[in-house]
Ligand binder design. Structure first.
Ligand code: GUN
Length: 286
């Protein structure tokens, strides 16, 4: 079964819109602010434009802060501090990657954890590991939504995550553990990746190499989640999985495009509305 990520994402955006309508009755208007540095990265432009469209669909406000690629770290931090203090802003995101003279860890850490809709700050990463997070990292949370929607119970399942990035691999492994899965994380130094993958009931690939996962690596009936965003030889968007050869083997598979990607954006909208709610809890209770 090919999972329709766009359909599920639309459902989540519609739910977020209903949540936002409830907040508006209290005079609370969720607002998403995105800082984008430079205009050289075409993928970043597409992502920011997708985020803007999703905000429009959910009828929540959004603001963009485009900065030149020569901008200093201090200037970005100054803008973040201003947005942290601005009560009308609920969610803040710095679009990555940043130019090499900027340290994304230092910059993202300055976002208030209450407005950190990417869940990149150490406070929110810590809460994620403890299982007490209210703002979850968007792509990993989107993957969990897929399992919930398809009634895939992860308890006792062997999940193999390919890739150990701070944005996808590590937080995805943490969320899978919370669902009582047995989790293996493979990376560039892992030996015998094929053998690990072959044992997976659920295989999640976030490697960033096209055709990395082939039919030799997949157990019959496995669930395949493809987080890769790559280009094929014709310049067309594709994932990490050799879809044609893997699809007949598995029980579920996410396509690229139209799989995990739209869910990442939907979870960002959900986080923005959640952030707005937690920042205004006192007003809502009164
Ligand atoms: N660039 C690519 N993916 C992401 C993401 O999830 N968050 C941010 N801030 N930038 C990205």
């Amino acid at each position: 079964m090919i999972i329709n990520g766009k359909e599920l994402a639309d459902k989540i955006i519609t739910q977020s819109k209903s949540e936002a309508i409830k907040l508006k009755k209290y005079g609370i208007y969720p607002k998403f602010a995105v800082i984008i540095v430079g205009d050289e990265d075409p993928a970043s432009k597409t992502y920011v434009s997708n985020k803007r469209k999703a905000c429009e669909k959910a009828e929540i406000n959004s603001e963009e802060y485009p900065l030149p690629s020569t901008v200093s770290q201090e200037k970005i931090i100054e803008i973040i501090e201003r947005l942290n203090a601005d009560k009308t802003v609920s969610g803040i995101l710095v679009q990555l990657p940043l130019p090499p003279h900027l340290n994304s860890k230092i910059i993202c850490e300055r976002i208030s954890p209450l407005k950190d809709v990417d869940a990149f700050t150490s406070v929110n990463v810590g809460k994620l590991i403890q299982g007490t997070a209210t703002l979850l990292p968007c792509t990993p949370a989107g993957i969990i939504e897929i399992f919930k929607h398809e009634n895939i119970n992860l308890e006792g399942k062997h999940c193999v995550v390919l890739g150990r990035s701070d944005i996808v691999g590590k937080p995805t492994a943490a969320l899978l553990l919370q669902q009582n899965a047995t989790v293996t994380v493979c990376h560039s130094k892992t030996k015998n990746i094929t053998q690990h993958c072959k044992k997976a009931d659920v295989l999640i690939s976030a490697v960033g190499k096209r055709n990395f996962v082939n039919s030799e690596m997949v157990k019959k009936g496995a669930v395949i989640i493809d987080v890769g965003i790559n280009k094929d030889e014709k310049g067309k968007l594709c994932g990490d999985v050799d879809f044609k050869s893997v699809e007949p083997l598995c029980s579920y598979i996410t396509p690229v495009p139209g799989g995990v990607g739209p869910l990442t954006v939907a979870m960002l909208i959900k986080n923005t509305v959640t952030a707005s709610r937690i920042q205004n809890e006192r007003i809502i209770k009164e």
